[in-house]
Design a protein around this ligand. Sequence first.
Ligand code: SME
Length: 150
Amino acid sequence: MNLDTLKPQITDIINNNVDVKKTMQSICDLLQSNIDTYNWVGFYMAHQSEPTLHLWSQAGIPTDHLVIPFGKGICGQVAVSNSNFVVEDVHAQDNYIACSIHVKSEVVIPMFKDGKNIGQIDIDSNTINAFNESDERFLEWINVQVATLL
Ligand code: SME
């Protein structure tokens, strides 16, 4: 699907923001229900003092991993690398936290506010190698929109 077709709906959700966690939830729901390969969508946000990531909102099968230490798993690595992480095959990763046996690929895109890595959007797919550069650009765009609310 052309991901850009979802941008007007995301802009509407952002413009109607009242409660940022609910806004993030609406974005998770929109992505997970409209994009076949986005089987799980969540926002993990950084708590720098601990230092850990905390799950603020998610769509898809509930995960036990509500808090992830910096450095652990794909998400924790992105918290310290400040770089996108596209995982073609999660089973080929040593430092990976499994949330569901069905997941085959994953993408994690950091979110920045005033140059600081404040969290990330995490997408799991039950399809191998599900993510490309269009997904990266689209998810970066979403993070920029969400960061304006934080
Ligand atoms: N797979 C992630 C953990 C989060 S779940 O996918 C919901 C990781 O390795 O960091």
